[in-house]
Design a protein around this ligand. Sequence first.
Ligand SMILES: Cc1ncc(COP(=O)(O)O)c(C=O)c1O
Length: 381
Amino acid sequence: MNKNDYIYLDHAATTPMRQVAFEAYKKTEMDAYANSSGGHALSRKAKNILEESREFIASCFGAAPNEITFTSGGTEADNWIIKTPFIDKDSSAELTTTQIEHEAVLASAENVNSKGFNVNFVSCDGEGVTNIDEFKKSINPNTLVASVMYANNETGVVQPIQEMSKIVKDINPNALFHSDVVQAVATKKLNFHNLGIESAAISGHKIGGPKGIGVMFLKTGYKIPSFLHGGKQELERRAGTVNVSGVAGLAAALKEQQNNLEKDVELIENEKTIFENYLKENIELRVVGENVERLCHISNIQFKDINSETLMVALDLNGMGVSRGSACASGAQKPSHVLEAMKVDEQVINNHLRFSFGWNTQKGDGEKCAEIVEKTIKELS
Ligand SMILES: Cc1ncc(COP(=O)(O)O)c(C=O)c1O
């Protein structure tokens, strides 16, 4: 199949790499392939690219360069920040997170829990917004880390991050407030310090950068144990030869993204609205999180009588790639933990699909995609 005929509406899973990111990656791999920790001219060239990229990436989030450590992606950054602070603590230390986090956070939290620490998994309301009162009650002088995602990857629903950070700091100024911003940075401009975010996980492949590169942001003043042990790379924080080409690709992707963010967000928001309105007029459905703030690129739709797996396969055959938004366990359709936390009725919990737009979405895509969904549903009924 000609790839241009296939409609990709799964940007929340991963985005196609931007040409500028690919060029920067390739150029670094060709011209600055040396180990950035070495002592010769080619190593210095790689080191310069690394440090210039770090400076630029930091500036995009209002951070200082030494607050940025490169990782293999969002999963590593989340694991690092959630698990390692507990390594040398006694069992009174606590973790607070939410029931709707990405698996990278949830599984890390479960790991902390398995070591004997108390973990509070805060619930959310029917729109997918974390219950603030319950969150507040879970924070206490023993809280070591509180972790809340900026926006959910399945529904796009934005969490009251600034308010939650303030709650944590008011109750326990020593607790670390972490936010998984992996999905949010795709279509939001974030200033970590202004938002009260003290550590964050970022992933390159959600913004048109390469896969396998990410960022762990940690506010100056905090120190956490290393996650990977070995060489003394990345200011002695993370062992392993640095993926300088990936870093260069991420910086190039971020540069293009930041330059176009305002107009891209306007276009994506517009196309997503056209998409949702068209479908609402022609099919019986519910748009998740419609009454609260959502990321502009994610549309999670609950269909009335159609199983999402069936619809996903039929859409694929009709040339459109979408996903349910959560991983399926070995072929078995496991309901989404996010929708379960939102107490979605079990009759319809497996009728949800996530449509996610991205940086290469074009004018007209909203209507075109809605027509394909409508046609596919009619074929199925
Ligand atoms: C919210 C969120 N956190 C973390 C991750 C994991 O990021 P990575 O694929 O870079 O490990 C993802 C990717 O799906 C995500 O959406």
